[in-house]
Write a protein that binds this ligand. Sequence first.
Ligand code: SAH
Length: 378
Amino acid sequence: MQTTQTQPNPQPQLQPQPQPTTPDLKSLTLPELSAYLTTLGEKPYRAKQIYEWLHKKQITDYAQMTNLSKQLRTSLAVHTRLTVLTPVEIQTSKLDGTKKYLFALPDGNMIESVLMRYKHGNSVCISSQAGCRMACRFCASTIGGLVRSLEPSEMLEQIYRIGQDIGERISNVVVMGMGEPLDNLDNLIRFIELLTDANGLGISQRSITVSTCGLVPGMRELAAHKLGITLALSLHAPTQEKRRMLMPVADTYALPEVMQACDDYFAQTGRRITFEYSLIRGVNDTPEDAGQLCALLAGRNCHVNLIPINPVKERDYRQPDETITFDFKNKLEKNKINVTIRRELGRDIDGACGQLRKKYGMEHGSGPAGTGCGRKEA
Ligand code: SAH
């Protein structure tokens, strides 16, 4: 049954990459760009013009910076990198307008991003790494391991290219695609700084959500930045014993330690934590699980997102029946816990985020992927 529109693009040519020391123009903050321009013998005021070309107008070629001298454009082209992502395939849901993008990074690796359309605006789910090394049992992103972390520019580009593709403003960003963002923390912080800069897209911190599997040192470091973003913790089980069966990271950072880090994050930032809980039939969806979850979260100012698991071909996990899901939700509500069930978006375009990359990876050797992207709260 053909329910999707697929717009394949020709496979991008692999270009030889400049030396890694070459500055990545789109990953520099405005003050850094000013300082860099002086090393090229340019006036620092040029920085604002260039920054706007990069982050407001989101150009893809130095030649488009038309208010700069040809000499400066050439100098930038010689001395810097301009990171641009190339859409390789775009799938559009006929049901709800959700779009899934397969992007090629400058080195030819593939990542996925998702556009979700809401009444209140457009939300983009981005990847923070190509692949992932966290090995969560139900997640396909991790099956091929970590290829590499993304540069700040590569995270921004996912949003810029999608915004340009639809010709509309992007109002929300969730870092819930492929990868573990706190395993790439320095680049994540820089990405947030660039994304929220009024000289660029100027997305507010409140409109950004970062999801982690529970890397405690990263959570503590992020808290120290006192950002207004939302931190989502992938919980998925109410006890340490059960959680470590699903998420090997729990062997390194046990549940009590992770919950303490959540409490401290809230105390330090004033931002309540969102707990993600993917419901898996017969594994973590019983009334006993719900009771244990209520006990774990009792007295905490938080929000729970229940996510019926996105079946992944390599894993034998299935979604609970709807009644089980609603019973689970009701039990939490009775215990005065804020809870929503995320309904699936783009059901007609490959279930889990990552299927596109996987399909492509089979032909081109990059690993598979897949997360909870493409869902929204019911
Ligand atoms: N590494 C980060 C962010 C990426 S995954 C994290 O672990 O939070 C984003 C969310 O999707 C996480 O809550 C993750 O556990 C969940 N997820 C991954 N695979 C899934 C699947 N097959 N079905 C439902 N949710 C999934």
